[in-house]
Structure formats: structure tokens, C-alpha cells
Design a protein around this ligand. Sequence first.
Ligand SMILES: NC(=O)c1ccc[n+]([C@@H]2O[C@H](COP(=O)([O-])OP(=O)(O)OC[C@H]3O[C@@H](n4cnc5c(N)ncnc54)[C@H](O)[C@@H]3O)[C@@H](O)[C@H]2O)c1
Length: 292
Amino acid sequence: MADNAVDEDNRVAVVTGGAGGIGRAAVERWLALGWSVVAADLNAERGAELLAEVDGGGRLLFVPVDVSIEEDMAGLIDTAVDRFGRLDAMFNNAGIGGAFGPITEQTVADWDATFAVNLRSVFLGTKHAARAMIAGGRPGAIVNTASVAALTGGGGPQAYSATKAGVVSLTKSTAVELAEHHVRVNAVCPGAVYTELLHRGDPEHTDSWRREIQPWPDRGDAAAIADVAIWLASDEARFVTGTSVVADGGLLAATPRLMDHDLSHMRSMSGIAWGTTGRRAEVRRLAPTPES
Ligand SMILES: NC(=O)c1ccc[n+]([C@@H]2O[C@H](COP(=O)([O-])OP(=O)(O)OC[C@H]3O[C@@H](n4cnc5c(N)ncnc54)[C@H](O)[C@@H]3O)[C@@H](O)[C@H]2O)c1
């Protein structure tokens, strides 16, 4: 095989946060594609459920880890390579909501813990996955889970949003650095995804604001985000590196919501406003619709 040519068979992925939500959806998708998968998670109970509920046919391994601890992450990558012989994709996906409340009440301990789980983890996962990928001499792909909260001020608590902005930035700098090794690095920025992280056991809870601010009518589900991550790690995305793909049902496209206050008014007319040019706006009144 030529240098850096892709071996289609026996691919191996490591997924952090692999016992729940988006991570578990990615584990199941990659298994269905014939890959071997190492799911890593702090929640060993959910890990046991994963192993009980998903038949990996000898291609699924669960490793309990804390993604914020370097020994755990180094050991995770070593375990994956020892067990399956190589590493093709690293999905740095584990995360928490972290510190919340007014900025004036935030503690340094809560702030730092949020950064350790959401951002140090991505540094550690990238560091050790890249080490293994470079040593393996094959192309590799690293995918990080960021969030729309990285890209706007209204998408999550302060510390959470700052960690995710850090993930987007780290994605770019490591993509530049690792390109010469044929290791691609990308991120996915989910919007509202109906995992336990969001609904906390009450899936109906967030439905009202979904209808108000997310243009796409269907709920975001874990598999929809996993599919983006898996595409980013696939050969179809072989020229994609250093980018963050937003998967949010149009949430960001619809913000800011400055038009909302007079949306019904806007539906009843069309025309053109000429700003401060001194030209009068041209207005065409529309026939009433059943909703207006
Ligand atoms: N659900 C959403 O709406 C949404 C939106 C944007 C971004 N995200 C991001 O997507 C990623 C996955 O979230 P999810 O919605 O699937 O949540 P989830 O809570 O269902 O799953 C996250 C998993 O990560 C694990 N985890 C947390 N801290 C860990 C640690 N220190 N070490 C190892 N594992 C740990 C949890 O045990 C859990 O199984 C997170 O990074 C989250 O910030 C989620």
C-alpha cells in the first residue's frame, strides 16, 4: 500500500462520552459501519448498559475514564491500539453543562472544573490520539464536540460557552499542526439535542422554546449529531480540516431575533425600506392569510 493510502477495513474509533447521548449514538453508528469502537465514559453504570444493550460482535470495548485526567486518556488510547491494532478516528465528545449562575457568583473551582472536563479533555484526547495516529503512519481524523454556545453569547452558561469556544479554537490550531501527518481535526457544533444533558429526564421540558427559536420543526437527536461527526471522520471529508460544522436546525441562522417583535406586522406587508437616504419606503400590503 502507498504511504498514507487508506485501508478500508478494520477501522478503529475511540469515543469519549460513549456511554450516553451523542457519544453512544456514534458508537452504534460506527459499529454498524463495521468499525471497532472503544467507548470511554466516566459513568460506568451507563457503560454496563451499553455493553448489555449493544451487540458489538467482539468489536466493542468499554473503558471507564475521566477525560480530564491525562493518565486515563493516555491509557485509553494505548488500550485501543493494543486491543484493535490501530486508531483511525478519535471523537472527543464527553462534556458537562458545568458552572452556572450569575457571573458575580461563579467560583474559581467550578469554572476550572468546567474547563477541565470540556476543554482540557479535548487537549488530552488530541494529544494522545495524534501520538498514536502519527506512530501508526496512516491518515487519521479527530472530531471534537463543541456547541453553538461557542459562537454566540446566548447559547449556554458563561464557562460552558468559553470552553466550547476553546474547542473551536483548538480544533483550528491542531488541524494546522497535524495536517502534515494526514491527521484531520474538525468540530461539530450541535444546537439543541434531546439527550439527557439537555432535558434532564424530562424530554417535554424544552419543547416550547424549540418551537419558538429553532426553525427546523423536528427535534435534534443524538444520531443527527453522530452522523455529522462520522462524516467528518470519513474519507468523504478527506479535504475537510480545521472547520466547525454547525448542526442546529437553523438555530444560529435565526438569531438575533430582532424581527420577532413585529413578525405579524411583517407578514402583512412587503416592500423596501431605503434606510436614511431620504427616499420613502415602498410598502405593498398583502392579502390577509388565515394565520395573520
Ligand atoms: N445535548 C445538547 O443539546 C448539546 C448541545 C451542544 C453540545 N453538546 C455537547 O455534546 C457532547 C455530548 O453531550 P450529550 O448531549 O450527549 O450529553 P450526555 O450527558 O447525554 O452524554 C455525555 C456523556 O459524557 C460523559 N462524561 C461527562 N463527563 C465526563 C468525564 N469527565 N469523563 C468521561 N466521561 C464524561 C457522561 O457520563 C455522559 O455519558 C458534550 O460535549 C456536550 O457539551 C450537547
